[in-house]
Design a protein around this ligand. Structure first.
Ligand code: AMP
Ligand code: MG
Length: 647
């Protein structure tokens, strides 16, 4: 199937000649790969963890291999003890041996006698029961008084009662975990027949990629996909070989791909699939083997540029470059194929139902995956979408799972009960939920809570978003820094019934510039802005509408709209990075961030970063712990050292 073929389930686009629906892409990919033979191999037991059994394993011996005592005590003939009781103990003569573990008994137990035996010791001839040492009393060196009756078979495990020789111990396809390893070891099996793990070559592509550990050149980024794809393959039954990042050069890439394909059962690339100028990998695939490309462009979000191919029976996949897109497409479409090739059952993901508190817009025609953080609300779980976009990597690490919006829906309305697929087998709702404006100072206050084992979830949605969540009772408190023009005060005017303000800390806002810039060195904020506006070559960086910082900037600028005004990033760090890297000459950010980027700083106004506490949640232990920590000397010192002024 070539990507130029039009099909009824394809949606035409200019960039991708034929976009397939998610389901059609999966069907075609799997049809080109399965059924197939799964090669097996023998693996040492110590090396078999996580593999799937290639054949049934039949027990070669009985476990236990002999009748065994379950307790420390005396091997006896139960008929001797029929009348034994506390009031009338029965005296038995001791046989002259002690059966320890690993000792084969030499003497029979005859009527009227008993043999001391340890837990796990083999029952001697003649004995049919064991009495516990606790129910006996020594009677000199040669005899024992027994105070209880014994039934036949008491405290005895018979040979084969655990595992019987000839029974099927483990079935084909069973994934070998520690329990299975235990069963195999008990039977003395040292080599296990398993499905051979598919060997998967992993290549990253892009001129901009640098491996972790190397210094980052200007305009370069670290290769995230290489590490994450390698780990995800190993997590799902494959044996990944990371082969490095290859520049966007057709000759180099083709030779790397050919070599990787020759030595592996599967090839996973990332990047270079968007059909940009430097994107060449999909062109190469067409030359690597039949049938070649199965799908290039799938109606998924994130993940549209996914390219699926089969070259002479081996799957070749190009994941989208953005790490989040790469991970979603990998888990949704590649993992099922990989697990099938590894002989593993489909992954069983845990799912929970949760209410989505805000409307999520969605693109019509694409199956959309949205990562969410879960918190416990008054009536059940609440799923917050984490909206950092497909270029973000932290969304994956901080999210609890994801929800799916159908290709035919253009939104998920606020209040929807959605099914959330969890990234881990269970949800652990956080002990403390903070929703609002994020500040690096928060991490300093929550440090002791984390040390005490409390799970703190901080969801950055901005001050207004946090306030709305607090009013709906979805968080314990909302960090806010909202300036009220009318009263010229921070935060208090924004509180409503059920919320109370707990003072946090002050953050000095000011103008940042590169050190040595004469327009800004040693001048007041007002003069700095005047100098910037007077210089047509000077470019600013603004902040997003709704940010407290933006209000300060707009007051300083009045009606002026200098170059760069429409560059409106959403964080303090982005402002500092833009100035540090020369994309802009000035902007407004907070002092700790300015210092972290080694920028010049003109202090302007102290902003109040406080907490809108949901009164109904005030008594919760984690909330108390947070505010105790906030008041502690440790946190106050840490905040001051980081450039904040505790209130
Ligand atoms: P591409 O499909 O090559 O145009 O890549 C799309 C985006 O993903 C670009 O911003 C790339 O820099 C980024 N990207 C590609 N490969 C990687 C990678 N291995 N790790 C992190 N980001 C990547
Ligand atoms: Mg690229």
């Amino acid at each position: 199937m070539s990507r130029h073929t039009k099909t009824p389930d394809s949606i035409d686009q200019d960039q991708f000649l034929s976009i397939l629906s998610r389901e059609a892409a999966i069907d075609r990919f799997e049809a080109a790969l399965f059924p197939r033979d799964l090669p097996g191999e023998m693996r040492a037991l110590s090396d078999a963890l996580g593999c799937a059994l290639a054949h049934d394993v039949v027990a070669p011996i009985d476990v236990p291999p002999f009748d065994r005592s379950n307790v420390d005590g005396f091997a006896v003939q139960s008929s001797d003890l029929a009348l034994a009781s506390e009031a009338a103990p029965r005296r038995l003569a001791l046989n002259g041996e002690v059966i320890a573990c690993g000792t084969a008994p030499m003497r029979p137990v005859l009527p009227g006698t008993a043999t001391p035996i340890a837990t796990g010791g083999p029952l001697p001839r003649g004995a049919d029961a064991v009495v516990m040492v606790e129910h006996t009393q020594p009677a000199g060196d040669r005899a024992i008084d027994i105070r209880r009756a014994a039934s036949p078979g008491q405290f005895v495990s018979y040979a084969g009662s655990d595992i019987a020789r000839g029974e099927v111990l483990l079935r084909t396809g069973t994934v070998i975990g520690s329990r299975e390893i235990g069963m195999l070891a008990a039977c003395g099996i040292a080599q296990v027949p398993v499905a051979r793990k598919p060997r998967v070559g992993v290549l990253s592509t892009g001129d901009e990629l640098v491996q972790p550990g190397e210094p980052l050149r200007p305009a370069a980024i670290y290769d995230t996909n290489g590490a994450i794809v390698t780990a995800a393959i190993n997590e799902n039954g494959g044996e990944a070989a990371f082969l490095g990042a290859i520049p966007d050069d057709e000759t180099q890439l083709e030779s790397a791909m050919r070599k990787a394909l020759a030595g592996n059962d599967m090839l996973v690339l990332s990047g270079g699939t968007s059909k940009g100028a430097g994107d060449v990998s999909h062109r190469i695939i067409a030359r690597l083997g039949a049938p070649g490309i199965i799908a290039h462009g799938v109606a998924l979000k994130p993940g549209k540029p996914l390219c699926l191919a089969v070259c002479d029976g081996k799957p070749v996949v190009i994941l989208p470059g953005f790490p989040t897109s790469a991970m979603f497409t990998f888990h949704d479409i590649i993992v099922p194929v990989l697990r099938r090739m590894a002989g593993l059952p489909p992954r069983s993901d845990a799912k929970v139902s949760a209410k989505v508190p805000v409307r999520i817009a969605s693109e019509l025609g694409r199956t959309e995956f949205v990562m969410v953080s879960l918190v416990e609300g008054a009536d059940g779980l609440i799923a917050y979408p984490s909206g950092k976009g497909s270029g973000a990597i932290t969304t994956f690490a901080q999210a609890d799972g994801f929800l799916r919006i159908d290709a035919l829906a253009d939104q998920m309305p606020a209040g929807t009960k959605a099914e959330v697929t969890l990234f881990t087998p269970h949800v652990r709702p956080p002990d403390l939920v903070i929703v609002g404006s994020h500040c690096t100072g928060l991490d300093l206050v929550t440090a002791p809570l984390a040390r005490a084992g409390l799970l703190v979830r901080s969801i950055a949605v901005g001050s207004l978003g946090g306030l709305a969540a607090a009013k709906r009772g979805e968080c314990d408190f909302a960090p806010i820094h909202l300036f009220d023009d009318k009263s010229e005060t921070y935060n208090t005017p924004y509180l409503t019934a059920g919320l109370e303000l707990v003072p946090g800390w002050r953050r000095m806002q000011g103008i940042v510039f590169r050190k040595g810039d004469k327009r800004f060195e040693d001048v007041s904020v007002q003069d700095a802005v005047r100098a910037a506006l007077a210089d047509p070559a000077c470019i600013m960086v603004n902040r997003n509408q709704g940010a407290g910082t933006r209000i300060l900037i707009d007051r300083l600028l009045g009606d002026a709209r200098p170059d760069g005004y429409w560059n409106q990033p959403r964080s303090h760090n982005a402002v500092a990075a833009a100035v540090a890297q020369g994309r802009a000459d000035w902007g407004m950010t907070i002092a700790p961030v300015a210092h972290a980027y080694d920028l010049g700083f003109i202090p302007h106004a102290e902003e109040h970063y406080d907490f809108a506490l949901v009164t109904a949640r005030k008594q919760r232990p984690a909330v108390q712990a947070f505010f105790d920590a906030l008041a502690s000397d440790e946190a106050r010192a840490a905040l001051s050292a980081a450039g904040f002024r505790p209130a």
